[in-house]
Structures are given as C-alpha cells and as structure tokens.
Write a protein that binds this ligand. Structure first.
Ligand SMILES: C[C@](O)(CO)[C@H](O)COP(=O)(O)OP(=O)(O)OC[C@H]1O[C@@H](n2ccc(N)nc2=O)[C@H](O)[C@@H]1O
Ligand SMILES: Nc1ncnc2c1ncn2[C@@H]1O[C@H](COP(=O)(O)OP(=O)(O)OP(=O)(O)O)[C@@H](O)[C@H]1O
Length: 268
C-alpha cells in the first residue's frame, strides 16, 4: 500500500503552562498542508525499513514508521512488511513531518491488514508515538489543546487560499524550542481570534515560539517580513520552527531571496 504522509502548519500557538510530566499545555489550530512524503508497505517474509530522499538523523530502527509497526505488532498478529519511506518534508521544521509518517503508518497497517481499529483507537496508539501524531489520524483542521493531542472543532476554512512554506535549511529540535519558552495564558482567546477575518490575524494571532527563536535566528523574522512584502495576508513561523509560512490570496512568484531555501507552494 502506498500513502502520502503530509504535514501541518500551526495557525497561532500559545504555550499556556508547564505540566507535571515535563510537557507543556498549548492552544493551537493545526491545519493540514499537502507537502508530503511517500510511504510504501508491502507484505513480505522478513521485516525491513529503508528510506530515500532527505537523510533522516538517527538509526533506522528508531524511525517513527518502525515504532508504529512495533506498537501494533505488540497487540496484533501482524505479518512482516517491507517499509520504504521517501522523505521530502524537511525535518526539525515545525511541520510535524515525522509525526505524520507515524500516523500514516498506523492507518495503512490498520487498513492493509484489516485490524478494524476505529479513529479514536488509532489516535490512542498515535499519542504513544508523539504529541503531534494523533492530529494526523483525522488530518483535518482542528483546534488542539493540552499536549496538542486533544481536539476541539473550529470553523476555520482556508480553501481557495495559497500557502508558501519556506524552510531556511536550519533544523530546530522541538525540545530545544520548548526550553526557551516562558508559558503564559493569552489575554484573548485564540479560538475567537481565528474566527475573525484573516486580515485581522497579522495583529492578533501569535506563535509563542517566535519570541525566543526570532532573536536567536534573525533569518526567521526576515523571511516573515519578506512574505508580507510579497503580499501575504498572514505570515507566521510554524510550530517550533524553523519553517515560516505565508498565506496568499492566489499563487505568487517565489521571491529571489528564497532561492537557496526549500520552498513549497500550493493551494490550501
Ligand atoms: C511544537 C509542536 O509541533 C506544536 O504543534 C508540538 O508541540 C511538538 O510535538 P512533537 O514534535 O510531537 O513532540 P514530542 O515528540 O511529543 O516531544 C518532543 C519534546 O518536546 C517537548 N514538548 C512537546 C510537546 C508538548 N506539548 N510539550 C513539550 O514540552 C518535550 O520536551 C518533548 O520531550
Ligand atoms: N520518519 C521520520 N521523519 C523525520 N524524523 C524522524 C522520523 N522518524 C524519527 N525521526 C526523528 O525525529 C527527529 C525530528 O523530530 P522533530 O520533532 O524535530 O521534527 P519534525 O518531524 O520536523 O517535527 P516538528 O519539528 O514539527 O516537531 C529527527 O531528528 C529524527 O531523529
């Protein structure tokens, strides 16, 4: 079976408090974006995992796709599979690419081998693999709270808008980014801010990671400004960085200043 694990952007990201388990509670709208990897799983005689495309740091047996397989294997009589991941979504990018690989692996194994797992059961498995993973089971716009793995409905629809994602060849680890955070409750509700017209978001909708990462990596605020200069109606860093995105009314020519970065553009 072949699937296309995609990625997400964060529309606003407020880190409200540090939890007793060391993680942080947050508020954010996760929005799916079609920049995708390719994941193939084929039934075979002996388990194997391989990858191509962008190099993935760490040992292959620690890949989130392998962890997803082992998690289901512990509870079900799964046959061996040959898994191949073609990695296209940048890593350490704030796009949840690795989390999407894990969630799509769970979904394909469930379908391919008729495990009969429901959406909420798949989300429970995904939560064991990472905070962002559960979102990719439903993979639709959701307001995320707690560790980012508990969902509320939000009527945000960006269909018809275009997005440009700019990855400045700078990997930021999620743990490093959380290390710079001073949690606080926002004065205005993000849920309410996101329901106002998109041209108000520039002044209201904020990613808290920008406060510590923009002074540390000046290229990030520079890209955000360049996206506004190119006509974005809203621009922000995604997640814990380093990708910065701009939302536009239509397709745009990629600015020359981005020629050495990895850039993806498409319809939302
Ligand atoms: C920044 C976001 O992408 C926002 O969407 C996510 O919160 C990150 O989620 P993720 O990459 O799936 O993170 P995990 O793999 O679960 O955790 C990596 C590390 O990030 C920190 N972490 C992560 C999620 C969270 N709600 N609080 C945290 O403090 C912890 O130090 C953790 O050890
Ligand atoms: N399939 C995978 N794709 C990407 N990274 C993976 C994968 N499996 C395991 N990893 C490990 O996860 C780390 C990347 O996690 P990290 O959370 O920084 O990046 P991300 O996938 O861009 O997501 P985000 O920055 O949004 O949390 C890599 O250093 C790598 O060791």
């Amino acid at each position: 079976m072949i699937t296309f694990p995609s990625c997400k952007i964060n529309l606003g990201l407020r880190i409200t408090e540090k939890r007793p388990d060391g993680f942080h509670n947050l508020q954010s709208c996760f929005y799916p974006v079609n920049w995708s990897d390719v994941l193939e799983t084929i039934q075979t005689n002996e388990f194997s995992f391989s990858s191509s495309g962008l190099p993935i740091p760490g040992d292959a047996h620690n890949n989130l796709c392998v962890k997803a397989y082992n998690l289901l294997k512990a509870d079900f009589d799964l046959p061996p599979v040959q898994m191949h991941l073609h990695k296209l979504v940048p890593i350490g990018a704030g796009l949840g690419g690795g989390s999407a690989d894990a969630a799509f692996a769970l979904k394909s194994l469930n379908e391919q081998f008729g495990l009969g797992l429901s959406v909420s059961q798949l989300e429970d498995y995904a939560r064991l693999l990472g905070s962002d993973c559960a979102f990719f089971i439903q993979n639709r716009p959701l307001y995320c709270i707690e560790k980012g793995d508990v969902f509320l409905e939000i009527p945000v629809d960006l269909k018809g808008y275009y997005i440009m994602l700019v990855y400045p060849n700078l990997a930021i680890s999620t743990a490093e980014a959380y290390g710079g955070i001073k949690p606080r409750y926002p004065e205005m509700s993000l849920m309410e801010q996101l329901q106002l017209p998109i041209d108000t978001w520039r002044d209201t909708v904020h990613n808290d990671f920008e406060d510590s990462l923009f002074p540390k990596y000046p290229v990030l605020p520079q890209i955000k400004q360049q996206l506004y200069d190119a006509g974005a109606v809203y621009a922000s860093m995604s997640g814990s960085g380093s990708t910065v995105y701009g939302i536009f009314n239509g397709p745009v020519v990629v600015p020359n200043q981005f020629s050495t970065y990895r850039v993806w553009q498409g319809e939302l």
